[in-house]
Design a protein around this ligand. Sequence first.
Ligand SMILES: Nc1ncnc2c1ncn2[C@@H]1O[C@H](COP(=O)(O)OP(=O)(O)OP(=O)(O)O)[C@@H](O)[C@H]1O
Ligand SMILES: [Mg+2]
Length: 448
Amino acid sequence: MGNCFGFEKPSATPTVNGSTSSGLFTSKTNSSTTTNTTNSDARFSRSIGSSVGQDSITGEVDPNGTILETPNLRIFTFAELKNATKNFKPDTILGEGGFGRVFKGWVDEKTLNPAKSGCGMVVAVKKLNPESMQGLEEWQSEVNFLGRLSHPNLVRLLGYCWEDKELLLVYEFMAKGSLENHLFRRGVFQPLSWNFRLRILIGAARGLAFLHTSEKQVIYRDFKASNILLDSNYNAKISDFGLAKNGPTGGDSHVTTRVMGTYGYAAPEYVATGHLYVKSDVYGFGVVLLEMMTGQRALDTSRPSGQHNLVDWAKPFLSDRRRLVRIMDARLEGQFPSKAAFQAGQLTSRCLASDPKGRPSMKEVAETLEQIEAIKGGKSSSKDAATAAAKPLPSPYSAAASAAASNAPRHQARGQAPPPGTPPQHRSPLHPRHDAARQAHPLPPRLR
Ligand SMILES: Nc1ncnc2c1ncn2[C@@H]1O[C@H](COP(=O)(O)OP(=O)(O)OP(=O)(O)O)[C@@H](O)[C@H]1O
Ligand SMILES: [Mg+2]
């Protein structure tokens, strides 16, 4: 993975006491902030006259977004995070992804010092699983990108810990968890209404648009429902910058990289050639848009053959008003203006264009979604709440497929775990671990 925002890649591994000799943050430190230092020094970095103190870590976010010169992060010791999460107690587990488990923790709002459970501010602590295929590179990318990017639709990274082999990340807590859970964990989460879906999509689109239009275009590279987190008001924020890359420079149209990503979401040109365009993210957004419209996962081998890949199967339905109705999520119970659904279908088609040049910019996507949101009428939102009661209409998929999808296991979520023994899905022969197809990893040159 290349350098992010021009930071030096660490050239050395951390030492036992947690100090590092890497150049991770040395290239552009401003003021008297010292972030490349031992953990014990770093704990006091705020009190040594930093211009980017703790208040700006937890304070207001500029609605237009900002990019900081240097990451503005609290460096935690492992002991502090152990403390904050009740020694990583299983009952604090919020979920689990390719990097490792995510725990709920409590810290003091002002100092970010660990607090007693139930006191102070809630945070999410992501801890590297030593057996993970991910590791230092993804962790570094998260720190270097998310630590500097600030926008209402990006999850806030508050700090990190790097001690010996322990790599952890501390984020703002997103009370409603991931969009993936809301869309696909049927029976656990109430269906999202049409208006909530649009609102979430608009937020996520604005987040991506901010990345794409920033001075150094940032390509996110892993856009998917599990990486969109929702706060207590269902505001969407993008998380997980482990695969993010700076966009092309010097007039180039793309950057060439090793193909990484998630089955079902990665753009075809990228999978085929390793050429990554800003518009490759737009394709991923189109896949999520399609998931939102249909209530179906991007990839689901429990669906009837020919329907495993959602894009391949559903794309032909998008441009025909009458056929579109057949693929709309039954859990919406027809509670959406048909004109709005049709326009959303057309936008989805454009995002999923085979040629990246044919895809709209994320700014245009966000604006179009705002126009779609303004369309009222039809059977729109008599139940405009995410908690609308579920009474599904007949699904375009077989009853068996729908039942299997509704039980689809995901990383264990607190209080939301599927019944024990539920078979994992989307196993790939290349990545035969649980839920591998939905986790970010190197992709083979041919997906389909
Ligand atoms: N900041 C957060 N606040 C609340 N819950 C979170 C937060 N970050 C992650 N989670 C929970 O932890 C789960 C796992 O997140 P994680 O990003 O590690 O994996 P993933 O996105 O599911 O998979 P991948 O490894 O492909 O990114 C999420 O689905 C969500 O439920
Ligand atoms: Mg994720």
